[in-house]
Design a protein around this ligand. Structure first.
Ligand code: ADP
Ligand code: MG
Length: 410
């Protein structure tokens, strides 16, 4: 029976045990300094608990997308930060997978952490290597997955590894992510407003299909909206349009109409002849874009229009920026939406998505949201009810067997 249940870290006796904690410490680091510690802070409750209970913590994470060993993706700077935040010794181990038993033999003591080097320095991580997992598992008493952000991936540390460990469960962050995302998608409050933007249109259309029954209103901006506008016959110049998605967008528009839901699309845009030419940016008067120009943000009419649509909402889920927000000149729409949603005090507001969350962090609005997910793709998959390897693998090794992969998947 135990094999089929999802256990929590609190279900185990951690005293004196070697507890492997897979956290998501994937934070932006530049020249050794951490630019934003949102994810580190979110990893702390589980680490604190494990230390309090006398665990010997083996902590692991990935950082960025290195190709082999690339020093700028080292987790080393995080060891000091963690040590300071938790007030314990945090040792750093470079030779994680090639020389595994070495760090264990160093006789880790209670109330100490060994932070392993970036797991992705080893190809076995993204290839979901069972071989590496078996070596690692020999030195683990209890495995805890607290890395929600990578749990949609079939990677060794969240898939093959827990499949090799008998005692396993999830940490506080994982639990919290699941609870808040469930609360959002199971909410029967209305108006329920879904705000979508960003670029990965193909990946996100499934999200619309999944949320359409719940949602009363669908607000779409960013590159995502161009597919819908195109499907409705708008002229979009050189804007980024995922042509192959137009057919699905048409179907979705029909479904939205049939279900009597409301769809809000941009009425105007900020346009430029080329992305780099910020000084030539200007607003369109309507939805059409002249040839040779491309949209990089929503326009001010659209900001007002979207704000109105958000008024009185009881639940708001937001994923995806409204424009190329990385460039300050094109970030107005994204900031506007981030602030509008943040100001809806009466609403249960949830944001998921790597880039959108980065924007909300940048605008210092995290505290004003009901929940800011640490997951990008993982939260979207979870909301759509997709199977997440990182959750299945901690549930059961009998029903679920990790598959080995040789290619990196998105
Ligand atoms: P998230 O990570 O929040 O899920 P996505 O990854 O789907 O969001 O999309 C974010 C990316 O979409 C950003 O890099 C942003 O620059 C890009 N984007 C948004 N609007 C546009 C646009 N109008 N033209 C080109 N790229 C855009
Ligand atoms: Mg993204």
């Amino acid at each position: 029976m135990e094999d089929l249940t999802l256990l929590n870290i609190t279900d185990f006796d951690l005293d004196g045990k070697k507890v492997f904690i897979r956290s998501d410490l994937n934070v932006p680091i530049q020249e050794g300094s951490i630019l934003n510690s949102f994810r580190i802070k979110n990893a702390l409750p589980t680490l604190r608990y494990a230390l309090e209970k006398g665990a010997k913590v083996i902590l692991a994470s990935h950082l960025g997308r290195p190709e082999g060993v690339e020093p700028q993706y080292s987790l080393n700077p995080i060891a000091d930060v963690l040590s300071e935040m938790l007030d314990v010794d945090v040792f750093f181990e470079e030779n994680i997978l090639s020389d595994v038993p070495q760090y264990i033999s160093r006789s880790l003591k209670k109330n100490q952490i060994i932070l392993l080097e970036n797991l992705r320095f080893h190809p076995g991580e993204i290839n979901n290597s069972r071989f590496i997992a078996q070596i690692l598992a020999k030195n683990i008493d209890i495995y805890i997955n607290d890395a929600f952000g990578v749990s949609h991936r079939r990677h060794m540390s969240v898939d093959a590894l827990p499949c090799c460990v008998e005692k396993k469960g999830i940490g506080f962050l994982m639990k919290q992510e699941m609870e808040y995302l469930n609360q959002m998608k199971d909410s029967s409050e209305s108006p329920f407003v879904v705000v979508l933007g960003g670029g990965k249109v193909k990946d996100k259309l499934g999200l619309i299909e999944n949320l359409i029954d719940k949602a009363d209103k669908l607000i779409i901006g960013g590159a995502m909206s161009y597919v819908f506008l195109k499907a409705m016959g708008a002229e979009l110049g050189n804007s980024k349009v995922e042509i192959q998605c137009i057919g699905i967008a048409r179907e979705l528009i029909e479904i939205i109409e049939r279900k009597k839901k409301k769809l809000f699309l941009p009425k105007d845009h900020l346009i430029v002849p080329q992305v780099q030419k910020t000084f030539q940016a200007k607003y369109t008067k309507g939805v059409d874009i002249p040839p040779g120009w491309q949209a990089v943000d929503i326009g001010s009419q659209t900001c007002e229009y979207f704000s109105k649509a958000l008024e009185g909402a009881k639940v708001i889920f937001w994923n995806g920026p409204m424009g190329i927000f990385e460039i300050p000149e094109y970030s107005k729409g994204t900031r506007w939406i981030a602030e509008r949603i943040a100001s809806q005090n009466q609403a249960f507001t949830v944001i998921g998505g790597g880039d959108s969350v980065r924007a909300v962090n940048e605008y210092d609005k995290v505290d004003q949201y009901s929940y800011v997910s640490t997951g990008g793709g993982a939260s979207l998959s979870y909301i759509q009810g997709k199977m997440l390897p990182g959750i299945e693998s901690v549930k059961s090794k009998i029903e679920y067997i990790a598959e080995e992969y040789n290619t990196e998947e998105e």
